[in-house]
Write a protein that binds this ligand. Structure first.
Ligand code: ADP
Ligand code: AMP
Length: 215
């Protein structure tokens, strides 16, 4: 099954994608995670991307389009994929359509996780992340031991872009550049809206009900 999880920063895409990827055995492709791994490794891409990420801006389309093309043509995507954080602009969505046509893996659905701005700010400011890819929330999903990842035991950290002033900028950028994709995918009949305000488990059940249709 070929799915894109869509929604503003903090909606719960990564949290859901991690579980969905295990449940359906399809790769979780998070462009944010790929970019952060490049920043950590100090690659040329990472050095360039960091400038934008730290300010809450989007990394240029050309960079993301090349990155997603490479990732989607890897062998593990042969039975499907779960996109998280891509596409984020109309040019990215147009490029994605071309790539998916070339590899004959068209999207089955774009699942839009809806959460109010007020809740997004709470979720992002309380998020604590681990280099292994796990993420937690100080109140909503705390780790078993304070400040320590349940999965790998490493120290948790707050992402630079989860600081209050950068959060506001990311939400502004979302509204201006990414939100128009709701109409884009609405018009193509691919969009399915999901209320993301319930618990992690209850949102998971609703998303699975949608994804089960494409098994
Ligand atoms: P995104 O990938 O969409 O930016 P995340 O999945 O990282 O968002 O979630 C943002 C924060 O909100 C994390 O700290 C996560 O633990 C928390 N979170 C995710 N889903 C829920 C939920 N349904 N209820 C409460 N908190 C949530
Ligand atoms: P995320 O982990 O999805 O919240 O992404 C973190 C940051 O990575 C974003 O604020 C952007 O700077 C960058 N990023 C991730 N995905 C994209 C994308 N599809 N297009 C442009 N920038 C992206």
């Amino acid at each position: 099954m070929n799915i894109a999880l869509f929604g503003p920063p903090g909606a719960g895409k990564g949290t859901q994608a991690k579980e969905l990827s295990k449940h359906y055995n399809i790769p979780h492709i998070s462009t944010g995670d790929i970019l952060r791994a490049n920043v950590r490794d100090g690659t040329e891409l990472g050095v360039k991307a960091k400038e934008y990420m730290d300010k809450g801006e989007l990394v240029p389309d050309a960079v993301l389009i090349g990155l997603i093309r490479n990732r989607l043509t890897e062998a593990d995507c042969k039975n499907g994929y779960l996109l998280d954080g891509y596409p984020r602009t109309i040019p990215q969505a147009d490029a994605l359509a071309d790539i998916l046509k070339e590899i004959s893996k068209p999207l089955d659905a774009v699942i839009n996780i809806e959460v109010s701005d007020e809740e997004l700010v709470k979720r992002l400011s309380g998020r604590r992340s681990c280099a292994c890819g796990e993420s937690y929330h100080l109140m909503f999903n705390p780790p078993e031991k304070e400040g320590v990842c349940n999965a790998c035991g490493a120290a948790l950290y707050q992402r630079d872009d989860d600081k209050e002033e950068v959060i506001r900028q990311r939400l502004t950028v979302y509204n201006k550049k990414t939100k128009p994709l709701i109409d884009y995918y609405g018009n193509s009949g691919l969009l399915v809206n999901v209320d993301g305000t319930g618990s992690v488990d209850s949102v998971f059940v609703v998303v699975c009900r949608i994804m089960d249709q494409y098994k």
